[in-house]
Design a binder for this molecule. Structure first.
Ligand code: SF4
Ligand code: SF4
Length: 115
C-alpha cells in the first residue's frame, strides 16, 4: 500500500489509521516559526500532545533542508513524529500523510482518505 507504514497506537485506533510516506527533511516540524500554528491545531482539537514549545537549539537549516545536530540521539517524541494527522495539519510541507484502512490483517485490504 505504501512505504514506511507506521501503525498508530494509544487512543487512535491502531488497526485503522496508518502513516505513509517518508520524511523530505523540510524541517518544518522542528522550525520554531511553526510552533504557534501547531499549538493552535492541538488547542482546537483539545489534544494534550508532547511538543516542543520553545525553539529547539539543535535545529538549523542547511542548504534548504532541516538538520538536527543530535539526530542519532534525538528524543522519542522527535523519532515518532508525526503520529497523528493533527501533528501535520499546520505543516503543508510535510510529506507524510495518514490514511484509513478497512482492516485487513496486514492493513492493506483497502485505503481511503488522506489526512
Ligand atoms: S532534537 Fe532534533 S529532531 Fe528534535 S526538535 Fe530538535 S532538531 Fe528537531
Ligand atoms: S515536517 Fe514532515 S517531512 Fe518535514 S522534516 Fe518534519 S517529518 Fe520530515
Amino acid at each position: 500500500m505504501g512505504e514506511n507504514l507506521l501503525p498508530l497506537c494509544g487512543w487512535v485506533d491502531s488497526a485503522k489509521l496508518v502513516r505513509v510516506g517518508e520524511c523530505n527533511r523540510c524541517g518544518k516540524c522542528c522550525d520554531p516559526t511553526t510552533i504557534p500554528a501547531r499549538m493552535e491545531v492541538y488547542r482546537r482539537y483539545r489534544l494534550a500532545v508532547l511538543v516542543h514549545t520553545e525553539p529547539c537549539r539543535h535545529f538549523h537549516y542547511e542548504d534548504g533542508k532541516g538538520v538536527c545536530s543530535i539526530y542519532e540521539k534525538r528524543a522519542e517524541m522527535c523519532r515518532v513524529f508525526p503520529r497523528i494527522p493533527a501533528d501535520i495539519e499546520a505543516l503543508p510541507e510535510c510529506s507524510y500523510r495518514f490514511i484509513w484502512v478497512d482492516g485487513g490483517e496486514d492493513g492493506t485490504s483497502a485505503g481511503s482518505k488522506d489526512s
